[in-house]
Design a protein around this ligand. Structure first.
Ligand code: G3H
Length: 238
């Protein structure tokens, strides 16, 4: 069983809606810092603020790039990566060009993944590619995941959370294509049975879970651990 702090480190907390205000970003960031999750993700406009609030903590400054469609040009994505690193981003998630992948322009998709991996590595940041599985065939999921593995990104992420949520089949296809240093990040947690769902996901080989609900889940997990420990002290009924 994971300790509460180990469980918290399985979460990339994400606040990404386009109508999010500065006070919501700041409050979320302070919670991410206090709960010591793995990272706190926002869209690029908030990165300087997030870097300031998280300074001195062990929580990564996450930046969601080319969000949510991934259709920006390679030059625009390059500029986003550069700026994110410049203002303090330490974990960069970039949406791939889904339309290019589905059109068979694998060279473009691979070039952008390589660019992210290389620039992040040079800048001392983590790199994660978002492949949006709901739009992809199994073969396309495998291809995109393998590209991430080949270029040594830290994680391949299932989705942005703004389209279709992943299912078991998606996870199985991605897991079978993973290797090396690259691990699986899953986006989104169902609203019901959320704690059980996260435990199942981690059991399925998911390494990181991206969700706005991270602090609430850590609270639920703490209560679950305390209940289990209390139960162990009760003599078994005969
Ligand atoms: O990566 C995070 C997702 O986009 C949001 O997930 P959520 O709906 O559970 O907050």
């Amino acid at each position: 069983m994971l300790s509460v702090s180990e469980y918290a480190k399985k979460f990339d907390m994400a606040v990404l809606a386009q109508d999010t205000t500065e006070s919501v970003i700041r409050t979320g960031c302070e919670r991410a810092r206090d709960y010591r999750v793995a990272a706190y993700y926002t869209t690029p406009t908030w990165t300087p603020l997030v870097a300031e609030v998280l300074r001195g903590s062990d929580v990564h400054v996450g930046v969601a790039l080319a969000f949510p469609y991934g259709t920006q040009t390679t030059r625009t994505k390059e500029a986003e990566i550069h700026e994110a690193l410049e203002v303090g981003g330490t974990a960069l998630d970039m949406v791939i060009n889904i339309g290019a992948l589905k059109s068979g322009d694998l060279a473009l998709v691979e070039r952008e993944i390589a660019m992210l991996a290389d620039r992040a590595r040079d800048g001392g940041a983590l790199s994660k590619v978002i492949i949006e599985v709901g739009f992809l065939t199994d073969e396309e999921i495998r291809t995109a995941t393998r590209m991430g593995v080949d270029h040594g990104v830290d994680h391949v992420k299932t989705a942005t959370g703004s389209a279709v949520l992943p299912d078991v089949r998606h996870l199985e296809v991605m897991t079978s294509a993973l290797g090396g240093r690259t691990r699986l990040k899953l986006s989104g947690v169902p609203r019901t049975f959320a704690l059980a769902a996260t435990l199942w996901m981690l059991d399925m080989g998911v390494d990181l879970i991206g969700t706005r609900s991270a602090p609430d889940l850590v609270d639920q997990y703490r209560a679950h651990v305390e209940k289990s420990q209390a139960a162990e002290k009760i003599p078994a009924r005969v």
